[in-house]
Design a protein around this ligand. Structure first.
Ligand code: DQA
Length: 143
């Protein structure tokens, strides 16, 4: 089982940005956390972060035919990007949308998710653990 983990803009600033919302653990901590649960779950992960919308589209396209699933936290592009929605639809790979914070309890503009309609599930408000929940959802759908 090969899973691609994608993180969008400003998630490289975890631990620095708004710790009251996103916590004090860093992006490096997130990468370590993902690697650890993937080792336990027999998942081969690739982990990618970019602040650039087009780079995220390129990464999703490159996954075509190469990955069994995608776990994506599109960050702010969740609320703006038709291009990411189209990319996920184009590759047809089971994809789960993840948010560290509970977006449903935040500002009105965060209630819109363009990518959601192309995703098999959304996991929100579970912190880093949400990435593991997302991986489990893809694993269960495969079996
Ligand atoms: C986020 C929520 C988004 O609204 C925000 O723009 C982010 C992070 C989250 O993980 O909670 O950058 O996706």
């Amino acid at each position: 089982m090969k899973l691609l983990f994608i993180n969008g803009p400003n998630l490289n600033f975890l631990g620095i940005r708004e710790p009251e919302i996103y916590g004090s653990r860093t992006y490096a901590d997130l990468v370590d956390y993902i690697k650890a649960f993937c080792a336990d779950m027999n998942i081969e992960p690739e982990i990618y972060q970019s602040n650039h919308e087009g780079a995220l589209v390129d990464k999703i396209q490159e996954a075509y035919g190469r990955f069994d699933g995608i776990v994506i936290n599109p960050a702010a592009y969740t609320h703006t990007s038709v291009a990411l929605l189209d990319a996920v639809k184009a590759v047809g790979i089971p994809t789960v949308e993840v948010h560290i914070s509970d977006v449903s309890a935040r500002e009105g503009f965060r209630q819109v998710s363009y990518i959601r309609e192309a995703c098999v599930a959304t996991v929100s408000g579970q912190g880093f653990e949400g990435y593991k929940t997302a991986a489990k959802i893809i694993l269960e759908k495969q079996n």
